[in-house]
Design a protein around this ligand. Sequence first.
Ligand code: BGC
Length: 729
Amino acid sequence: MKEKLTLDEKIRLVTGSDWWRTVAVEEKGLSSVFMSDGPHGLRVQIDSGDHLGLNKSINTVCYPAESIISSSFNKELLFKYGEVIGKEALSLSVDMLLGPGVNIKRNPKCGRNFEYYAEDPVVSGKLGSEFIKGLQSVGVSACVKHFVCNNTENKRNYSDSRVNERTLREVYLKPFEICVKEAHPDALMCSYNLVNGTYMSENKRLLTDILKKEWRYSGIVVSDWGAVKSRSVSLRSGLDLEMPYSECSYNDVKKALEDGSLRESDLDKAVERMISFIKKSEEKRSKRTLYSFSRDEAREYSREVVSESVVLLKNKENFFPLKREEKLLIVGEVAKKPHYQGGGSAHIDNDSVLSFCDILKERNINFDYKEGYILEKNTTEDVDPSSYDKVLFVVGNKKSDESEGFDRDTLSLPECVNTLLENTLKKCKSSGLLIFTGGVVTLPFEKNCNGVMYAGLPGEYGCEGVVDVVMGDVSPSGKLTETWIKKEEDATTYLSCISNEKTVEYNEGVFVGYKYYESKNIKPLFEFGHGLSYTKFKYSNAKIEKENDNFKITFKIKNIGKMDGKETAFLFVTYPLTSEPRSYKSLLDFTKVSLKTGEEKEVMFLIKKEDLTVYNEDGKEYIPFGEYTFTLSSSLSSSEAVLKGEIDGKRDEVTLFTLVDDIWNDKERRQILEEIVIKKLLVAFRMNEIPEDKKKIILSLPLYSLCGLAKGVISEEDKKLLLERLNEV
Ligand code: BGC
């Protein structure tokens, strides 16, 4: 097909025709592909365009943000999300949705965290995959973004993320790798920033060598809007489509082809991918007639997913659920003017929004209301809570605080909100907080309230799901996908993000989020995986079976409480000791189970050997050999069952410089060492065994020193045989 195109057509095909469309070459049978932002709704702009949410777009449904629906930990619901939004996209003739965002929430202040799933790569990768599969199942292409290490918004256009190879592989590339390998997105968007000194739009190593060659990714790579510096260099590096249109790219490519700095074969590679992408889109369009979009379905979906995602963080004296017969005061502007979505390219123009108070009224729940604070004016009013059984403070950030393009200045709630809480909480008989934010906030007054519930940014209909949980129609089952720290300075990224430098040093390495706090035994305010329920679950019968180095872990969960509910079970792994430092626990998988009161179900995790892959400091992958500890748990620090399993993975190569200690800890190798070296040395020293008080110092020796301990006892042949045998196992 590419042969049919002229050089001129080929050059035009690899840059957008306007803000949202690819170039059509109609005489050659190539139509234009139309795209729209996501991920929380469709920002469809027909005649205008921008990438910051400045111009009007068609009114569409504003769905709950990724940062809250991820708390559902429900893979099926993420698939369904893809289907629902996909059907709306089809109804507006959108071929490709620009989402999901699977960047790691490295920095709790990142302005765009509401667009991302989690601080953990497995959660981000698996939930992102399900969304992509759901979306593509109805015939809309997904464009997973922003590849990679775009974990801060401040200076995103020129900030350089300095990250070591192992951390890059184990943490930041991983969610993309999972999405590419499990869900095969039709497109992937490269980010604005640089990684280790090279702009992502020009990063051949990441775009071509790793993404396309190593992972065998077959879709197109699209630039983030305006992320291309030089079209010819980006083409050479593996960037297939530049978006949006550009005034100067054509001439740049033409000139580079003429002066030989760009080969036509590099252009052709992008053209080939573009052609198959366009053809695929054309084929998908045939599905438009198969599905119809219903706003009622979108509303029902939003309610369902939010009711599964709201996280009950604290519930002293059963503050939640609120009861109809209680004398209730609701305080807070956000209860009537909801903070329900973030800003920037994810901003959705929608018809109307249902507030928390609207839904309470709709359901005939009696309550009094006080505004308490006004966010825009930063003012607080006096509230007398003394005559109420319960007071619920509905709090949130200002709309303009959480957006693409810049980071949050602070993790504190707005000043007027904190003043209200400081003045009023202590006067309440019983009080609770209901928090509407895109991510972590610090809660200095948490000790003074009985209940805390996190509602995220629930979208235009999501408050229905929030009320379901607040009033006890649904038992909460959301759990945190991000650690809530006690104060800003506790963030692992605090030091690397306070400077004005253009470089961001990823100093904490693989110890991102809970991996840091858990390994250092630091108790945050609310840990990763934390989330309370109105009912109770019991885990039992945990078993592990090994089949060809894959593990099957089965267990039972029973609802032993008084209410139907859902439970997310986590499977964490603790690796055997490796040469590189590892976090004490890393998440391997998670599953969500729905259980009626008294009901019990058997649950299974299948862990393939490859799921245990890690990287060494040079970025080489391997599966550590030795004993693995698998912890089944209901949150990060709870432990419902601990199971052990051995992996016959790759052992490090032994040389005469290897430490005796490393061999001693490996049963099979130790036997060989004892047989060939230790026995002879013991004879030479007239000893029966190594004296206990000398053991540590002997184990600290390198092999060559051990062999030389007694002159002439260990021959060159012995050493040769020793190395041969040790490296055979
Ligand atoms: C954002 C992308 C978005 C694009 C188009 C950029 O500013 O980073 O996520 O898809 O604009 O609006």
